[in-house]
Ligand binder design. Structure first.
Ligand code: FAD
Ligand code: NAP
Length: 332
C-alpha cells in the first residue's frame, strides 16, 4: 500500500512540546539513543519566545528568551532529535503504542510519550475583554507593545510576568499603570525594585478590572476598576490593556486520560521504571511522562522545566528498557 500522511510512523519516544522541558527531554533521550521525535506545536520554543531578557538561566548572566530557545532547538537537533513543525490535535493513551494525530494529518505511534505542552496565558473572562482582544487587549507585551508607542497602557497582575511586561512597556508607552488586586506583589524582589524605581510606572493597589472600556472606532479607551474590598468603581484611561494574571496548564490533550489536579495540572510522581516515586515524572498511565509547566503548579521556571525534561527522558529510557527486557523474557 502506498504511504500516506496517515500511515502510522513509529517512534520509541515522542516528545510533545518545544519549550525548555521538551528540548531538554530531547537532548537526554537522543543521547540515550532513543531516536526521539519532538513535535513543536504552534509556539516553537514555548513561552520564553514571547519575553525579552532572561537573567536566571544558570551559566548565562543575561540572554534573550528567543535566542535561548533557538540554541535549545539546535542542541536537540545536533544530538539526533527529529524536530517536527506540527501540532498534536489528539492523543490516544488507551493502549500502547500510544497514538498521536497531528494537524498535518501525520499519525505517530509511540512506545513512550513525554508530555511537555507547558502553559497558556490566563484571561480575566470579561465579555469586554473578549470584545477588544486584538483591538487594545493583549496578553503579550513583547508581541503587541509596539502598537502602543507614545500611548498610555495598563497592565493587570502582580506576578513576575506582569512586572516584566510593565517594565518592558515603559520603553514604548508614555505611562504604564500596573493594577493589582492586593497591596503586595508576588513578583521577585529584584523585579519589584526595578518597577518601583521606574518614573513612568504608577501602581494601583487593591483593584480589580470590572470592564474594559472602548469604542468600535477607537478600540480600547480605558478600564473600569472596582476596589477589591469596597467595590467602589474607578476609571483609568488607556489605549492598551495587557492581561498578565498567570497561566493555565495546556493539558487539554490528555483530559480524561491522565489524572490531573489543581485546575488541569497533570499529576506526576508515580513509581516508574524502577525510579522511586515523589521525584518521578511518571503520570497515571505507564509509559507517559509529564515535564514542565503542564505538571508544575509551584515553580514554573525555565530551569525547573528543563530539569523535569531531563528526568522524563531518563525515566522513559528506563521504562522502555524494562519493556524490552520483559518482552525478551516472555519470548524465551
Ligand atoms: P512552554 O515553554 O510553555 O512550552 C510549551 C510547548 O508545548 C510549546 O512549544 C507549545 O508549542 C507546545 N505545545 C502545546 N500544545 C501542544 C500540542 N498540542 N502539540 C504539540 N506541541 C504543543 N522562566 C524563567 O525561568 N525565567 C524567565 O525569565 C522567565 N520569563 C518569562 C516571561 C514570560 C512573559 C512568561 C510567559 C514566562 C516566563 N518564564 C520564565 C516562565 C517559563 O517561560 C516557563 O516556566 C517555561 O517556558 C515552561 O517550559 P515548558 O517547556 O514546560 O513549556
Ligand atoms: P503568577 O505568578 O501566577 O501571578 C499571577 C498574578 O496575577 C498574581 O499576582 C495574581 O494575584 C494575579 N491574578 C490572578 N488571577 C487574577 C484575576 N482573575 N484578576 C486579577 N489578578 C489576578 O503568574 P505569572 O506572573 O504569569 O508567572 C507564572 C510563572 O512564570 C511563575 O512561576 C513565574 O515565576 C514564572 N516567570 C518567571 C519570570 C522570571 O523569572 N523572570 C518571569 C515571568 C514568569 P495574587 O498575587 O493576588 O495571587
Amino acid at each position: 500500500m502506498p504511504e500516506t500522511r496517515a500511515t502510522p510512523r513509529p517512534t520509541r519516544c515522542l516528545i510533545i512540546g518545544s519549550g525548555p522541558a521538551g528540548y531538554t527531554a530531547a537532548v537526554y533521550a537522543a543521547r540515550a539513543l532513543l531516536e526521539p521525535v519532538l513535535i513543536q506545536g504552534i509556539q516553537p520554543g514555548g513561552q520564553l519566545t514571547i519575553t525579552t531578557e532572561v537573567e536566571n538561566w544558570p551559566g548565562i548572566i543575561e540572554t534573550q528568551g528567543p535566542d535561548l530557545m533557538v540554541q535549545m532547538e539546535a542542541h536537540a537537533k545536533a544530538v539526533g532529535t527529529q524536530v517536527i513543525a506540527d501540532h498534536v490535535i489528539s492523543l490516544d493513551l488507551s493502549r500502547r503504542p500510544f497514538k498521536a494525530t497531528c494537524d498535518s494529518g501525520a499519525v505517530w505511534h509511540a512506545d513512550a510519550v513525554i508530555l511537555a505542552t507547558g502553559a497558556q496565558a490566563r484571561w480575566l473572562g470579561l465579555p469586554s475583554e473578549e470584545k477588544y482582544k486584538g483591538f487594545g487587549v493583549s496578553a503579550c507585551a513583547t508581541c503587541d507593545g509596539f502598537f502602543f508607542r507614545g500611548k498610555e497602557v495598563i497592565v493587570i497582575g502582580g506576578g513576575n510576568t506582569a512586572v516584566e511586561e510593565a517594565i518592558y512597556l515603559t520603553n514604548l508607552a508614555t505611562k504604564v499603570t500596573l493594577v493589582h488586586r492586593r497591596d503586595a506583589l508576588r513578583a521577585d524582589k529584584i523585579l519589584q525594585q526595578r518597577l518601583f524605581n521606574n518614573p513612568k510606572v504608577e501602581i494601583v493597589w487593591d483593584h480589580l478590572p470590572d470592564e474594559i472600556l472602548g469604542t468600535p472606532a477607537d478600540g480600547v479607551t480605558g478600564v473600569r476598576l472596582k476596589h477589591a474590598k469596597t467595590g467602589e468603581p474607578r476609571e483609568i484611561a488607556a489605549s492598551g490593556v495587557f492581561i498578565a494574571i498567570g497561566h493555565t496548564p495546556a493539558s487539554e490533550l490528555v483530559k480524561d486520560q491522565l489524572e490531573t489536579h489543581m485546575g488541569g495540572y497533570v499529576v506526576t510522581g508515580g513509581i516508574s521504571g524502577g525510579i522511586s516515586g515523589g521525584f518521578s515524572t511518571a503520570t497515571s498511565v505507564p509509559g507517559v511522562f509529564a515535564a514542565g509547566d503542564v505538571t508544575d503548579h509551584v515553580y514554573r521556571q525555565a530551569v525547573t522545566s528543563a530539569g523535569m525534561g531531563c528526568m522524563a527522558a531518563l525515566e522513559a529510557e528506563k521504562f522502555l528498557t524494562e519493556q524490552a527486557d520483559a518482552a525478551a523474557r516472555a519470548a524465551e
